[in-house]
Design a protein around this ligand. Structure first.
Ligand SMILES: *Cc1c(COP(=O)(O)O)cnc(C)c1O
Length: 413
């Protein structure tokens, strides 16, 4: 593991890592999909487990010398089962996208119809974006949110399902601040004879801690990342009912992947153990409390929050009232030392590259120890930046304030 105190001999890479440590330490990260992995997770990621080829599964490998890594993978699966209570878990997907691709491979044939949430409405590319495999190799139909409520409209989704008869319905989002009713999705899927995939990439930590209803009992398949609210290494995982277990495992390997990343699987095991601790519940509760407090602070400052608020770790701020686009807001905030993602608002008149909103998430700053008082302060700073987005001098002044602020919340001592 490289931290401030260890150094690697490749000076070019060492210097870039030190710069990145510095960037993390001196900026406020509000990117909803990011987090800071624990020192334990980082250590394990840098371990010799990266050396081992282990195609196959524990006890059935295509390589010799896998006895030890078999224990690693079994431990990861066992801990993940305790966390989510799934029948079967595959911890090998390299990322959330691959976790989803494995489900497509298990449940569908090319050209089958899938129904997922559109990217501009808050969904993920792998849920049927035109340029993604999910739309290139499958017939993707997209649902969005209701124009009035800016929330999921289960009647409208049911209508689309009955009209298009998908083989797979996907629930889950990257930019949706409300709880998702997985039971409703399961009911719709059942009505039309579709498989149901719940993609909890963003909310996995909340689900594990019991602050978002779990889809496990309702969904045929559940996929996730391990690096967002779950706060583990970059990676994915796929869970399913026992009846799909053998097909799912074949879809992951040899279907879409070769050798599993054993160092990452070990780091996933560490992350699951961390998530099983009582302190993880407190952490997730604080993430949500911070998101709510911050969304309220923005409302008090005169901003419109998409759907009127948040139930989870993120929310979308409509920045049109400041006569600024999401892209301009993102750039001005980056200059001031605050990282956010520009984000479409429902029925956005701006292109997805430009947008009219910013997505704000609290997992990373909560890891750093910030609470309600601090997030309200940050909302105020963001408001200042958006009001003076063109004023470089003013942005520099805010930048200095942020630097001072960050000194109170060091990540790497
Ligand atoms: C982040 C995300 C993914 C995929 O994650 P990668 O690891 O970047 O491939 C999948 N689904 C949703 C809803 C996500 O937010």
């Amino acid at each position: 593991m490289t931290t401030k105190h260890t150094s690697i001999k490749d000076h070019e890479i060492e210097s870039l890592i030190q710069q990145e440590i510095q960037r993390e330490e001196t900026t406020i990260n509000l990117i909803a999909s990011e987090n800071y992995a624990s020192t334990e997770v980082l250590k394990v990621l840098g371990s010799v487990l990266t050396n081992k080829y282990a195609e196959g599964y524990p006890g059935k490998r295509y390589y010799a010398g896998c006895t030890i890594v078999d224990h690693v993978e079994k431990l990861a699966i066992e801990r993940c089962k305790k966390l989510f209570g799934a029948d079967h878990i595959n911890v090998q997907p390299h990322s959330g996208s691959q976790a989803n691709m494995a489900v497509y491979m298990t449940a569908l044939k090319p050209d089958d119809t899938v129904l997922g949430m559109g990217l501009a409405e808050g969904g993920h590319m792998t849920h049927g974006h035109p340029k993604n495999f999910s739309s290139i190799y499958y017939n993707a139909i997209q649902y969005g949110v209701d124009r009035e409520t800016e929330q999921l409209n289960y009647n409208a989704i049911a209508e689309l399902a009955h009209k298009h008869k998908p083989k797979l319905i996907i629930a889950g989002a990257s930019a949706y601040s409300r709880s998702i009713d997985f039971a409703q999705f399961a009911k719709i899927a059942k009505e039309v004879g579709a498989f149901f995939l719940a993609d909890i990439a963003h909310i996995a930590g909340l689900v594990a801690a019991g602050f978002h209803p779990s889809p496990i009992e309702y969904a045929d398949f559940v996929t996730s990342t391990t690096h967002k609210t779950l706060r583990g290494p970059r990676g994915g995982l796929t869970m399913c009912k026992n009846s799909y277990a053998a097909d799912l495992d074949k879809a992951v390997m040899p279907g879409i992947q070769g050798g599993p990343f054993m160092h990452v699987i070990a780091a996933k095991a560490v992350c699951f153990l961390e998530a099983l601790q009582p302190s993880f519940k407190e952490y997730q509760q604080q993430i949500i409390a911070n998101a709510k407090a911050m969304a309220h602070a923005f409302q008090d400052l005169g901003y419109r929050i998409v759907s009127g608020g948040t139930d989870n770790h993120l929310f979308i701020v409509d920045v049109r009232s400041k006569n600024i686009t999401g892209r301009q807001a993102e750039h001005a905030l980056e200059k001031a030392g605050i990282t956010v993602s520009r984000s479409c608002i429902p029925f956005d008149s701006q292109k997805p590259w430009v947008t009219s909103g910013i997505r704000i998430g609290t997992p990373a700053i909560t890891t750093r120890g910030m609470k309600e008082k601090e997030v309200i302060e940050i909302a105020q700073l963001i408001d200042d930046v958006l009001a003076y987005a063109e004023d470089e001098k003013y942005l520099e002044k805010i930048r200095r304030k942020i630097l001072d602020f960050c000194k109170r919340y060091l990540l790497y001592q």
